[in-house]
Design a protein around this ligand. Sequence first.
Ligand code: ZN
Length: 343
Amino acid sequence: MRPVVIAVAITGSVPRKRDNPAVPITTSEQIESTHEAFEAGASLVHIHVRNPDETPSSDPELFAQVMEGVKRHCPGMIVQFSTGGRGRDPSARGSALYLKPDMASLSTGSVNFPSIVYENSPALIEDLATKMRENAIRPEIEVFDLSMIHGALGLADRGLLDEKPHVQLVLGVKNALPAREDLLDILVGELKRVLPKATWTAAGIGRHQAEVMEWALARQADGVRTGLEDNIRVTRERLAESNAAGGSAGHAGAAGWVGWNKSLGELRRAGFAQLFATLVPRGGIEPPTPWIFRHMLCYTGQRLRRSGCVYTDFRINGLASNCLPVSGRDQPAEAQQPAGVVR
Ligand code: ZN
């Protein structure tokens, strides 16, 4: 079985309550929605915060509240802050990084979005990457265009990224890359050529969410991404019920992933049989636990020390590992024998 990270992007900067009442806006709604997704199998939460009028916010206090709630209610879950998003002052996009979330998103280039230019100047990218480095935050490189893979390489060359970055390939944003399987192949091929040790995940926007997940899994991706940020609908007519939606038909099949550890029978009743039939024989995937995910995005040096990790050297589910959190709700017994503490 191959562990795969399920990331849940709970809110984003675009959808509003009037689009789908399930979009969590307040920090308590965000924590609750994340907890549901966590219970359903998600290992990573991607967080944007909102002002009371639902517009995007960069207020560190809001990020702090969500992070604190997630850490309390979802032990081991990876917290990832967005440094992107529409409607935010570029100079404030890194303002919450001093809170030291586990990860933060980092776009390594500019691109057109449906109605705006998503602007990431070289200076802004460098500034965000530097702040992440200083705060021992692992970036998730957001790739909306082939050139952004090379943007990541540039950061690695300048010592602002390690040689094993985590990269998300985003397909289906209007005016950027369309959701096409052959384009994913091009992106993955280039990533492997340029940054061969990178871990990667993919996100499909809107109605492309489930199919992009499927393509990614068929290509041995390290993760998939679901959540209402990317897609608020199950079908054209039907809205997704939640970020977890385990046990009910979720957004475009995404809930089949977040709900992976629901019983198969339950999911079948909910109409995911086809999804399972398509995917299980290909991948043999098991739901990643936050613990395993921490291995997959194995931190180094400072990060390991800060999160209390210790080095070991063994395999879990065929996954080579040299990083363990000392505590964790799902830490297997053999993990209790660390080989040595990181110095
Ligand atoms: Zn986002």
